[in-house]
Design a protein around this ligand. Structure first.
Ligand SMILES: Nc1nc2c(ncn2[C@@H]2O[C@H](COP(=O)(O)OP(=O)(O)OP(=O)(O)O)[C@@H](O)[C@H]2O)c(=O)[nH]1
Ligand SMILES: [Mg+2]
Length: 317
């Protein structure tokens, strides 16, 4: 028999399977804990370790355990499956406020500015989103505002070609001038969405962090109110470091949302729970998550689906 018959490629697996597989190392396991149907202290200790190891963070872990203890007692939960579902519910409850669709019709053009630390996945994510937007029948224009490296412009140009969309760039130009041109062009062409790619920068590089303000204002000069979305792209494998990135980028440029990449193969996927918990009072939407380098490896964030993947349940559990 041809092996190919049984071979499921990464793409054929479907997004949920890729997410669940990708989170295998993060998985909050509920194993070997039920001796004689008793949910004992050892169970809660092991669960605590598992949550901390997944980068859920100490405070959120404490909250989850407290609620879970209450639920177990109140509902008299006894089996592993019952507890797994209750844990899923707890995690989903924390994540739910961050699940929000970007309003693509709020402005025309809708101007999106992408930022993040070096290598977080900004440019790749813009490529993936461009395809997703085309599927929503939206026209897109890209601004190559990462003017530091010629390679960055070329990388965006490749994604542009792949999606058959225009990329506005200037060799060695000023990022503020590039975004000004792109937003102006989007306005005059009647483009639905303009996305600005920016150079990677670290929260400690204050001059580069301040530059974000200049790039931002240039968009506002071309179109009042732009950028409408300021999105921080974070690498899921950075774990708890992501919390610092969110705080600093938010302080410099008032974020409106997040995209979490590289959830394929990370042991720290629980950081989404930490992010949601940290901003429980003032939720920052997680618009998309990425599970790979291919163009289809990006989907809108779904709290129920993510919580299921995290505890090892099926998509429709
Ligand atoms: N495994 C995996 N790799 C990803 C994902 N998203 C991006 N990458 C990879 O991460 C690397 C960096 O991606 P880029 O898109 O160039 O990151 P960037 O933020 O634009 O980087 P700079 O512009 O240099 O700051 C590339 O090798 C991507 O293929 C993802 O979801 N999963
Ligand atoms: Mg880039």
């Amino acid at each position: 028999m041809a092996a190919a018959v049984f071979f499921l490629s990464w793409v054929d697996m479907g997004f949920f399977s890729r997410l669940k597989n990708g989170l295998a190392r993060t998985r909050i396991n509920i194993v070997g804990l039920f001796s004689g149907g008793v949910i004992d202290e050892d169970f809660f200790d092991e669960l605590e370790e598992s949550l901390i190891a997944a980068d859920v963070g100490y405070r959120p872990t404490g909250l989850i355990l407290q609620s879970l203890r209450d639920t177990v007692k109140l509902k008299g939960l006894k089996t592993r499956d019952e507890v797994r579902l209750a844990l899923r519910d707890e995690i989903e409850r924390i994540l739910a406020p961050t699940q929000k669709r970007m309003d693509l019709d709020a402005h025309k053009p809708l101007v999106i500015m992408m930022e993040g630390v070096n290598g977080a996945g900004k440019t790749t994510t813009i490529g993936k989103i461009s395809k997703w937007l085309a599927q929503q029948n939206k026209t897109v224009l890209l601004a190559a505002a990462d003017t530091f490296r010629a390679a960055a412009r070329e990388q965006l140009a490749v994604w542009g070609e792949r999606n058959r969309i225009d990329v506005i760039s200037q060799s060695g130009g000023d990022p503020a001038a590039v975004v000004f041109d792109a937003v102006s062009a989007g306005k005059s062409r009647g483009t639905d969405v303009v996305i600005a790619d920016t150079a990677g920068r670290l929260p400690t590089q204050s001059h580069l962090m301040e530059e974000l303000g200049r790039i931002r204002r240039a968009q506002g000069k071309a179109l009042e109110g732009a950028p409408h979305e300021v999105i921080l792209v974070v690498d899921g494998t950075n774990g708890q470091n992501v919390l610092t990135q969110v705080k600093t980028f938010d302080a410099y440029s008032a974020l409106t949302g997040l995209i979490v990449t590289k959830l394929d193969g990370t042991a720290k996927g629980g950081v989404l729970v930490a992010l949601a918990s940290e901003r429980a009072e003032n939720p920052l939407p997680i618009y998309f998550i990425g599970v790979g380098e291919q163009i289809d490896d990006l989907q809108p964030f779904n709290a129920h689906q993510f919580a299921n993947a995290l505890v090892g349940l099926d998509e429709d559990a």
